[in-house]
Design a protein around this ligand. Structure first.
Ligand SMILES: [Zn+2]
Ligand SMILES: [Zn+2]
Length: 470
């Protein structure tokens, strides 16, 4: 295989890896017609700006054990200023050493640890003037006795002193100083004219490391400042343009870099699944809004649609959350399906899932109300003496059992209408919508309405016919 054939093969493999796990189509459903290579010469500008700063911090209490003690604030300040001057003086040398240490141009990024040797934390502590290091101030109402002539001192509540505020009751104050270093790095690519998808993909390259993953990078220029290093690199990226024919349409897919990385799959998956989507939308249009039984056309269209896994994932996103749909299409699918396809697919599959669930839930609902609920009521009636005072609770419990039973039955019925894989996908789409909750609420209200009158009639009859208590 020569270099071009390897690139074509790589692009082909990337398309297969997108299409096969996501859809019901396989590699035989598209073919590569022709290809064309070009070389893209890019220039990368990298700039690191280093800044030092002294941080001072004052706090209550004695100096922490990890800080080195100096005699006074003044001593701390002048020592830290010396440290800063040393760091600034050594910086150019360190920047050169970092640059030369990088065996290849793609070495580690410049970090603070390359720029200085942190001197550690210095500080000084002073005893609090106000309380002379005791942390307490004598109560001036009772002069520290805690009592006054007329009884306990109310000002200090009999303690005799109050905590010293300026030192936070610790008796000491301290100041700490540290030398901090920050590196601000900028990276920018200069791109010649190229295909849009390649341009967008390369514009997302934010580090030298990412560029060198695409192609070998060579240093062109380096310049050092007092607190700055600027480097310029050059890389030549092969760009392959591949014409793919799928679903009767022609796509132009680009791969960039020595691995022929595809940044955008140009809606290939969306196009392959377009027919399934249109059939589902059509079936939804012709199906009644409130179907009372299984509709063969809707079942068939939904079954075919969900046999492509990507449609299940899309169906779990609420299409009204535009940002989530866009993020999914652009980042997760890398353009294999367009945002437009994702929005339409999410709408259609969620609507279809709700509608087929409804067609499956009506029979369990009716049965629950006609058979299951009275059965529960009769069961409760046999225990009525025990439950008389808890009749509403017992009714609610019976209704909940009825609702849970009806939902399980409806989901089981629905599952039997599709093959196992599609059925579990449909179930997951349903769970991500509000459909089940809407039906649970409707079922519960209906079941309570059906149960309660029965319960009260039974309680009343038992009261009437039961043995009278004195
Ligand atoms: Zn104090
Ligand atoms: Zn007092």
């Amino acid at each position: 295989m020569n270099a071009t054939e390897m690139l074509v093969d790589s692009v082909h493999r990337q398309i297969v890896a997108k299409v096969e796990p996501m859809t019901r189509f396989d590699r035989s459903s598209f073919r590569i017609e022709s290809s064309q290579t070009a070389a893209l010469a890019v220039v990368a500008h990298e700039r690191h700006d280093v800044a030092f700063r002294l941080e001072f911090e004052a706090a209550n209490g004695k100096l922490p054990s990890d800080a080195k003690a100096l005699s006074s604030d003044e001593a701390v300040r002048s020592h830290m200023e010396d440290c800063l001057a040393t760091a600034e003086e050594e910086l150019p040398q360190r920047l050169r050493a970092w640059h030369e240490d990088q065996a290849s141009a793609s070495g580690s990024p410049l970090l603070a640890l390359h720029c200085y040797r942190p001197p550690g934390t210095y500080g000084s502590q002073t005893r609090c003037d106000k309380c002379a290091g005791t942390g307490k101030i004598e109560c001036h109402w009772c002069r520290g006795r805690g009592r006054r002539d007329d009884g306990m001192c109310n000002y200090c509540m009999g303690v005799g002193d109050s905590g010293c505020d300026p030192c936070g009751k610790t008796g000491y104050r301290h100041r700490l100083a540290r030398l901090r270093c920050t590196v601000e790095s900028k990276f920018r690519l200069e791109l010649p004219e190229t295909a849009d998808s390649v341009r967008r993909g390369l514009q997302a390259v934010a580090k030298l490391q990412q560029l060198s993953d695409l192609a070998p990078v060579g240093l062109r220029e380096v310049s050092f400042g007092a607190a700055r290093v600027e480097r310029e690199f050059r890389a030549t990226l092969p760009v392959i343009q591949v014409d793919v024919v799928a679903a009767g349409e022609r796509f132009v897919v680009h791969g960039a870099g020595v691995q022929g990385r595809v940044f955008d799959f140009e809606n290939i998956v969306g196009k392959l699944l377009q027919g399934d989507l249109e059939r589902l939308e059509q079936a939804l249009k012709t199906a009644p809004r409130w179907p009372s039984r299984a509709l063969a056309a809707l079942d068939a269209a939904l079954g075919a649609f969900l046999s492509s896994g990507v449609n299940e994932s899309i169906g779990q996103i609420d299409p009204r959350k535009t940002a989530a749909v866009e993020a999914y299409a652009r980042n997760r699918l890398r353009g294999a399906a367009s945002v437009d396809y994702a929005v339409r697919a999410a709408r259609a599959v969620r609507a279809a899932a709700s509608r087929v669930y409804q067609s499956a839930v009506l029979l369990p609902l009716a049965t629950t109300l006609i058979v299951l609920v009275p059965c529960c009521v009769l069961l409760i009636a046999s225990l009525v003496d025990m439950l008389k005072h808890a009749a509403p609770l017992a009714g609610l419990a019976a209704a909940c059992v009825g609702v849970a039973g009806a939902e399980l039955w409806a989901r089981f019925r629905l599952g039997r209408r599709f093959d196992a894989e599609v059925a579990s996908r449909l179930d997951r789409v349903l769970l991500s919508t509000w459909t089940l909750w809407a039906w649970r609420a409707a079922l519960l209200i209906a079941a309570i309405a059906a149960v309660m009158p029965w319960l009260y009639v039974i309680v009343f009859l038992v009261d009437l016919t039961g043995p009278r208590r004195p």
